[in-house]
Design a protein. Structure first.
Lengths: 218, 803, 348
């Protein structure tokens, strides 16, 4: 089991009131499996994704990656795990604005000490980024930025890719193209993919679909 | 609409009180430093004006002896009886313990209106004023300090008089100064009767001098004030950097809001006007606080300034503040102008901003990169101007222009230089984190550059002034050792006692050397001529800058004179030139000696020649060579044997301590301003970092998400600030040394008439570097700590919302 | 002329509440100073000179002069001595203060100069024989009072005059003891009214040769005004028939006056008269120096058939000096014609 989420509960305080986002949610993602996570706005899809990435801690329950329980880890250990084992793709692309495309692409892999130059070059070529390598993020279009973000996530060949509405900010044609690249590359690397989306059309392209509603999965 | 828009704009400050505080404090500090310095300057200037008025030097022509010496009052009577409307003044020094009082003897009956303070002529009446023991009018603080003094006329405290001056009737002054029938000069009334004979016909030995716009000391004190003003301007510039950066960031942060406001229909003119009004209000409040703060600074520093001016130039300034409404308004105006200057650019950008401009910080950074190129160009131009000034300018104004051009060039060049350095580091970086560190630092540069420029100025000023002060002190101490070679210095109370002293001392000491001098005009300016005995004390120790062979022998034979460096520079004299002494005797110059701390030109001639040329020279002061171990005992027995006041016998150590004390005070004010400026620069950096830290979350969050802990990011932020401070210090060092050079070799020569050798003090630089790193570290500590403690939820918001 | 700070005035005569005591502090009590006594006989030449034991003294010369074109001119030369204490000291500590006033009046202009000096240092003083009175470059000197040369200069005028007396000194009051108030305030007072004058006035338009008649008053006292008196009006008149009249009236605060004078007949006979014989009535006031000054008077002395109108040659003959007053030449018409001088003090 690549990713195993057991009985997790998450809520937050708002204006002195505790708001429960979801409770007792469990899911799992196997290596090579692409799972879609759908749900309405505010249902907690993104929060669930953040919990899987170790960016947030659950109020209760466990998240385990490759059998390692995140709840037992400190900040440093989780950061290490994140940079080595997880690739993140956000709706807002979230590239590092001070670095050019080439450096953004390599950044996480280098950080984790897992850079493979041939693979990075392959990724750049596959994602059509070669002519853009010297540019800065703000000089790119949204689709271009998201291709860089996908490249960054895959450069270190992580076991798990977590994607949060990766095409949410893109028009349909561009979004489809980006999605093709993402799914194709994830398939090639044999990584697991958990992708948040509100689009049933996109969700249908994945192996399995989970729907978050009313604080639980169905 | 106006109200709603205003509420929206104000809400920003409620949400970001730190920005508001940074803006207000920056403006207040800038105003405070500027107005504080101006207050000190204004107070001192006011005092000089009163001094000049008191001496009748500013409004009335005066008649004095050609050699500047006192003359008999028969000359006065002769002039009056020839119709000349003149009034006599006798001026002299009276010692009371450590204090020296300036005695001003006047004739209230003939003094032209305005020549004698009205307070003196009013009140008690003429009879007690002119009838022994008479009345003496003094400033309240002087009168209070003198209360127990004996031998003085009854004291009357009078506001409006200068401290350290006693105004009394000329008859009373003649008795007090043991100068019966003597007059120092005559004040010439502006209105004279028709048909009076020319001065040369009645008193050929007297000359008439035109009224002076300012008193003599003003030339010297001007330089001190110029110094202070330069510092005030520097401080204000540093403060403006803060305001500019705070305003810039505040506008930048609200760009999305401006965009939204415009989108929902607020006209551009209304928005711009409201922003201008907002700035104006802020400037008004901050300016008021700043002026009040400036008053505090001035009140705290003024006693030291007063002491400096008194010690260095003999100019008396009251140690208390008395400020005009003009000063308060001026301070406010400066705050308003500063805020306007700082916000003009930002307002312009709002005015020109397209309705749907992207709110991308990186775009802003790139625009700044373009202006950085222009800025570096201006810096290069200023640097060229500074080089030209250094090569060809010699006046005081040129000296200060040089300082200004140099500092401004350095400050403007800083972002460009730093950017280049960071770019080099980026290219050399190995590893993604290092690469990101340098690239990100470079991206932050536009936001930090103003604070860093302020830091650069503060550091450079600190290095420069510190080097100057330390060079000064080192040179001066060495010079004192040479100049004060004798073990004891004794001043007799009168000529008869002086003769007995010499006789008594002859068998008890190794040598008794006269220190006799007359005051007079040298090369057209007030100066003094000293007589020097032919003795090894001088030959071995006197600090000669240049000396012709056999110079001391020729001086001893009365065939040559030695001049001090000031006279050399004032009159352009070099050894071999002829020097005209007061009274007309001319001698060739045989050598030049250094004479630090003395504003006047001086010459030394053989003591025999002095007494021949000026038989009236007072022969009271002597230097005594004796076994150093016996010096204190000898001093004691001198006091006992002759009943001399203890102050009349001074040992070498005491004079040295006194002289050094005066010079320490000279720079107290400069040092205080230095520290304040450093503080302001540190504050600027703190505020910039704090403001940036909130804007930087979107840049830091992805890095965090990709696998760096918040603690590590915070450490990097800290390292970044310290590293920037270190780089700035590295650049400030040469700028500071150039500043020191300009102060010592250009400004000092123009202002004081002597040049000081420059010494380097690496230990001070190390201390200052540590201080700079500390400032950078301290400034970054809080923002870094906040980053380390940022809730993950706040970081996650970056991924969820558009910024 | 510069108007000096008012405070200086208080200082000069030690009048603590400035000017509270009549004109120029002359009403101040005379503690320690000598007092004029009725029995004192004047002695000459000693009484030409100064009397430092008395508080106040003056040498007061006025002249009515005529230019070659018939223009009327007035001339004044006055030396005041004011003692801060009834003593003499050498040098700067001398309590004797000297003050000189010089003036030339033309029908259109009035030139004034003032000099101040400390006693004891030689800047000003009076020697009885040979007679010399001086302050700065101003001099009034001669072997004695019958033969004088007089000179003074100001920023815009100067004069040089020779005076020859055509008659004896005239003692006013009782043998030179002149009573000033019912309370007995008095001065020693004599005059030389018989001078013929010849000399030159130096005016901005150039020198003017003049001739005419002059009148010298010598007076010393310690408290010439009673403290209820605020000033005086004084006239010296040369009638064309050769007779002369000196009269004054001291104005009481709140109205009323005390007067006396001396009649000198065309034949030289002298008769002094007391309070009430002569009347002076203002006829016309002119605005001068911010106040109204009576510049025309009706003067009646019935005992000698005098009923004349005197009219200022120049209304603006204001002496803008430390203690300002009005002093100028007058023309006489009515029962007698002639020229004279009018002095008015204490008009605030």
């Amino acid at each position: 089991m690549l990713l195993e989420v057991r009985d997790i509960t998450k809520g937050y305080d708002s204006g002195g009131e505790h708001v429960q986002v979801f409770a007792g949610v469990s899911l799992s993602v196997n290596a090579g499996e692409a799972v879609a996570l759908t749900g309405e706005s505010g249902s907690g899809k993104s929060t669930l994704l953040h919990l899987c990435a170790g960016l947030e801690r659950p109020d209760a329950g466990q998240v385990a990656l490759d059998g390692q329980t995140l709840g037992d880890m400190g900040d440093g250990a989780r950061a290490r795990l994140r940079r080595a084992r997880i690739g993140l793709v956000f709706q807002q692309f979230n590239l590092i604005p001070s670095l050019p495309v080439a450096a953004n692409l390599r950044f996480q892999a280098q950080l984790a000490g897992r850079e493979n130059v041939t693979w990075t070059d392959t990724l750049a070529a596959r994602l059509g980024l070669v002519p853009l390598l010297g540019r800065y993020p703000e000089q790119l279009s949204g689709g271009q930025q998201q291709r860089v973000a996908i490249g960054r996530a895959l450069a270190g060949r992580p076991g798990l890719i977590l994607a949060d509405e990766p095409t949410g900010n893109l028009d349909e044609a561009t979004g489809d193209a980006v999605m093709d690249l993402l799914l194709g590359l994830v398939g090639e690397t044999g990584a697991g993919l958990l992708m948040v989306t509100h689009s049933a059309r996109l969700a249908a392209r994945l192996d399995r679909r989970l729907h978050l509603s009313g604080g639980g999965l169905c | 609409m106006v109200r709603a828009t205003l509420a929206a704009l104000m809400a920003h400050w409620w949400r970001h009180p730190l920005q508001l505080v940074s803006l207000a404090v920056g403006l207040a500090l800038a105003t405070a430093l500027w107005s504080g310095v101006q207050a000190i300057n204004g107070q001192a200037r006011d005092s000089y004006d009163r001094a000049a008025q008191l001496l009748g030097q500013n409004r009335f022509a005066r008649i004095e002896a050609a050699d500047g010496q006192r003359f008999g009052q028969a000359r006065y009577i002769a002039l009056r009886r020839a119709g000349w409307q003149v009034s006599p003044v006798l001026e002299g020094t009276w010692r009371d313990g450590d204090r020296r009082l300036r005695i001003l003897g006047v004739d209230p009956v003939t003094a032209p209106p305005g020549a004698v303070p009205q307070t003196v002529t009013g009140g008690a009446g003429l009879r007690p004023f002119i009838t022994p023991p008479g009345l003496a009018f003094a400033a309240p603080e002087t009168a209070a300090a003198l209360e127990p003094a004996t031998g003085l006329p009854e004291l009357r405290a009078t506001a409006g008089l200068l401290p350290g001056v006693l105004v009394m009737d000329i008859g009373i002054a003649q008795n007090l100064l043991s100068a019966p029938g003597a007059v120092s000069r005559l004040i010439v009334a502006p209105e004279q009767p028709m048909g009076r004979p020319p001065l040369a016909e009645i008193a050929p030995d007297l000359v008439q001098r035109a009224p002076q716009a300012r008193a003599d000391i003003s030339r010297l004190t001007d330089s001190f004030h110029l110094n202070l003003t330069a510092f005030g301007l520097l401080s204000f510039a540093v403060g403006l950097f803060i305001v500019h950066s705070a305003v810039g960031l505040a506008f930048e942060q609200r760009r999305t809001m401006f965009r939204t406001l415009r989108a929902i229909g607020v006209p551009l003119a209304v928005l711009t006007a409201l922003l201008a009004v907002e700035m104006l209000m802020l400037a008004l409040f901050a300016g008021l606080a700043g002026v009040a703060l400036g008053y505090g600074i001035a009140a705290a520093l003024l006693p030291d300034v007063a002491a400096t001016l008194r010690g260095l130039y003999g100019a008396a300034v009251p140690g208390t503040l008395n400020l005009s409404p003009g000063w308060w308004l001026g301070g406010l105006a400066v705050a308003l102008v500063g805020a306007t200057a700082a916000s003009a650019q930002s307002l312009w950008r709002v005015w020109r901003m397209p309705l749907l401009a992207p709110a991308q910080p990186r775009a802003w950074a790139r625009a700044s990169a373009r202006s950085m190129v222009a800025q570096t160009g201006i810096a290069a131009g200023l640097a060229l101007a500074a080089v030209a000034l250094a090569m060809w300018g010699q006046s005081l104004v040129a000296g200060f222009a040089l300082l200004g051009a140099m500092l401004l060039a350095a400050a403007l060049a800083l972002p460009g230089v730093l950017s280049a350095l960071l770019g080099m580091a980026e290219r050399a970086a190995r590893g993604p984190l290092a690469l990101w560190f340098w690239a990100d630092t470079r991206q932050q540069l536009p936001g930090l550059s103003l604070a860093l420029m302020a830091l650069l100025l503060a550091l450079a000023a600190n290095v420069g002034v510190g080097t100057m002060v330390a060079s000064f002190r080192l040179t001066f101490t060495g010079w004192l050792d040479q100049r004060l070679a004798s073990e004891l210095y004794v001043t007799a109370e009168n000529e008869a006692q002086a003769a007995r002293l010499r006789e008594w001392l002859a068998p008890r000491s190794n040598a008794v050397l006269p220190i006799w001098s007359i005051e007079g005009s040298l090369a057209g300016a007030p100066g003094a001529v000293f007589g020097v005995a032919d003795h090894a004390t001088y030959r071995d120790n006197w600090p000669m800058l240049r000396m012709q062979p056999g110079g001391w022998d020729r001086v001893a034979r009365g065939e040559a004179a030695l001049i001090n460096e000031q006279l050399m520079r004032q009159a352009g004299l070099v050894p071999g030139d002829m020097l005209r002494l007061p009274g007309g005797h001319t001698l060739p110059v045989a050598g030049v000696y250094s004479d630090y701390g003395n504003p006047r030109g001086e010459a030394m001639i053989g003591v025999d020649l002095l007494t021949t040329l000026y038989p009236q020279v007072p022969r009271l002061r002597h230097a005594i060579r004796a076994d150093p171990a016996q010096a204190v005992a000898l001093a004691r027995s001198l006091v006992e044997e002759f009943g001399l006041p203890p102050d009349n016998v001074t040992d070498q150590a005491r004079i040295k301590a006194l002289s050094l004390g005066i010079f320490e005070q000279t720079f107290t004010v400069t040092a205080a301003l230095n520290v304040l400026t450093m503080g302001v620069a540190g504050f600027a950096m703190l505020m910039s970092l704090l403001t940036l830290s909130t804007m930087r979350l979107p840049q830091l969050a992805p890095v965090w998400a990709l696998g760096l802990t918040r603690a590590r990011l915070a450490r990097l932020e800290l390292v970044r600030a310290v590293m920037l401070a270190a780089l700035t210090m590295l650049l400030a060092l040469p700028v500071g040394l150039l500043l020191a050079w300009a102060l010592l070799a250009v400004v000092n020569v123009a202002a004081f008439g002597w040049r000081l050798p420059m010494h380097l003090f690496p230990a001070d630089w190390a201390r200052l570097t540590a201080l700079a790193l500390l400032a950078g570290g301290t400034a970054a500590a809080w923002p870094a700590w906040r980053l380390a403690r940022t809730a993950p939820a706040d970081l996650l918001k970056v991924f969820a919302h558009e910024r | 002329m510069n108007v000096r700070p008012f405070v200086f005035l208080a200082m000069l005569l030690m009048a603590a509440p400035a000017l509270g005591q009549g004109f120029a502090g002359l009403g101040t009590a005379a503690q320690g100073f000598a007092r004029p006594e009725p029995g004192d006989t004047l002695k000459f030449p000693a009484d030409y000179g100064a009397h430092p034991a008395f508080r106040i003294e003056w040498w007061y010369l006025t002249a009515n002069l005529t230019g070659p074109d018939g223009t009327d001119y007035g001339m004044q030369w006055t030396l005041f001595r004011s003692a801060l204490a009834p003593e003499t000291r050498e040098g700067w500590s001398s309590p004797q203060i000297w003050m000189g006033h010089a003036a030339v009046t033309t029908p259109a202009r009035h030139f004034v100069a003032e000099r101040l000096a400390r006693g004891g240092i030689g800047q000003a003083g009076v020697a009885a024989a040979p007679f010399t009175a001086w302050i700065d470059d101003w001099r009034m000197a001669g072997p004695d009072l019958s033969d004088l040369s007089v000179s003074a200069s100001g920023p815009d005028f100067a004069y040089d005059l020779s005076l020859a007396a055509g008659g004896p000194l005239v003692l006013n009051g009782e043998a030179g003891y002149s009573v000033k108030s019912p309370e007995g305030q008095a001065s020693h007072y004599y005059s030389q009214p018989f001078y013929a004058v010849r000399g030159t006035l130096h005016l901005p338009r150039g020198p003017v040769e003049v001739t005419g008649r002059a009148w010298l008053d010598r007076e010393w006292s310690s408290q010439p005004l009673a403290d209820t008196q605020q000033g005086w009006d004084w006239i010296s008149l040369h009638f064309d028939n050769g007779a002369k009249l000196m009269g004054f009236r001291l104005r009481q605060k709140g109205g009323g006056a005390y007067g006396s004078g001396t009649w000198i007949g065309a034949d030289g006979t002298v008769r002094t008269f007391g309070n009430g014989e002569m009347t002076m009535t203002p006829l016309r006031e002119a605005p001068v120096a911010g106040r109204d000054i009576p510049v025309s008077w009706r003067v009646k002395l019935p005992a000698h058939g005098v009923d004349v109108t005197i009219e200022a040659v120049n209304d603006a003959a204001w002496m803008d000096v430390l203690f300002p007053y009005w002093e100028g030449p007058v023309r006489i018409s009515g029962s007698h014609s002639g020229r004279g001088y009018l002095e008015m003090t204490g008009y605030d």
